[in-house]
Design a protein around this ligand. Sequence first.
Ligand code: SF4
Length: 504
Amino acid sequence: MDECGVVGIYAPDRSDNELSAVYEAARALLTLQHRGQQSAGVGGRIAGKMVVTGDLGKVEQAFRGGSSLGGLDRTDFAMAHVRYATSLLIQGRTRAEVDSINRLAIHPMSRSPLPGVDFMLGLNGNCVNATDLLAKLKQEKPILSQGDFVTDTAIMTSLISQRVATGLSIREALLSVTSEVIGAYSMVVWGQDKEGEKLYALRDPNGFRPLMLGALPNNGWMVASEEGALNIAGAEFDREIPAGHIVEISADGLCMYPAFAEINPSYCIFEGVYLARPDQRINNMRVRQIRIHSGEKLAAKHPVDADVILGVPDSGDDAAKGYARQSGIQQEDAFIRNRYNMDRSFIEDSQISRETKIKLKISSIISEYVAGKRVVIVDDSLVRSNTMRVLVDMVRRAGAKEVHVRIASAPIKHRCLYGVDMPDESELIAAHRSVGEIAQLIGADSLAYLSIEDLRESTGVVDRQNLAPGEATFKFCDACMTGNYPTPTSGFKPLSQVGVPQNL
Ligand code: SF4
């Protein structure tokens, strides 16, 4: 499981003229497409039985333009999920094997542990201790099927199911299993059992991944990874579900309470740098605003005597805006993005494909903006630096006199254990190189990064008291930049060595 988007809806009292909950959930995925393009799934019911429909690919492909949703009942509850591609899953496997694994990993994942008891689960995140969880599952359920452990989410789902089968309610089993998980999970569960039919939304004690709550018009609630998904359904943003809290939604209303004795908020700072949509809120601040602030700080700390600023579309555009605003240098949209190929190079799954996709994504440059000029290219981050190498070369070929690169985050030196598909340190350009060496590798005349302190300050929330219950101050995870992981890390093994059997 990796960076993903999740949606849960409780929409009673909908007339036949209004979109059903399943269509609403599927439509909301369109706004979360940037969080995952590997597969999309929607959970509903057919003849009262919980089912998941979906397929590999983007939302449109996975639901065949919506036609595959037609057979689902009109229900009050629904769930949906987009899944992120991981490079770990494909190593040494054929395309058919990869597709087979990824089909098994489509979310939500559903189980029916007892007659009349069923539930489904979708999450965004990654377990650090999946090995331990798999060992527990083997103890509790001696005979496993491939679907039980295809991902860490499958392991968690099967553990919950197993514990429900022994007499716990879905809520009790959910809290029991998550108390044993180390890692990141913002999850949604829809279940029916002795406690009734409910939607649960739960964030891990660190709150690495976002989870938003909105009120639907004319009764009902919605939870989603980002606020944009609430907006498309007409839901009014209510709050960000605090780290370590669970929300229960049913016909009896909504309640929220802490789910863990210890809560240690460590929100992923990379959501603000790159992952989230600009309209997302992080601690009541819009992501676009954070990125503009970081560009302003970058210009103040690392100025260049230059003629023009170029943002790398789209991820660097807001930071470039800030850089231009602070420096007073003109910003131009010189890079031309191919609107009909919106894949994000960062989440492609092989080196060749990634290089090709960069060229398809940013197809050309308007040379008049850069010819004979001293140019600053601004981007949000450098991971492998594939994109930047291509762009620096493109700008030089278009006749630039000098090309300087400015990065609106700190160097990424460590892999993420919490659900963002960072490559191994061997592939991270900053892991073992100086800034000068990186500048040389990407072909830039100079290179500078924002410091981690300045990045934190750009969020505008450092040292500010957070309003959420249970949280004293707003703190970020920045482990990929600092190496300071906010959870124990000793049990971590890559997904390919844990959840996916080699013979699958
Ligand atoms: Fe986010 Fe980096 Fe922490 Fe991963 S390691 S959760 S990408 S800040």
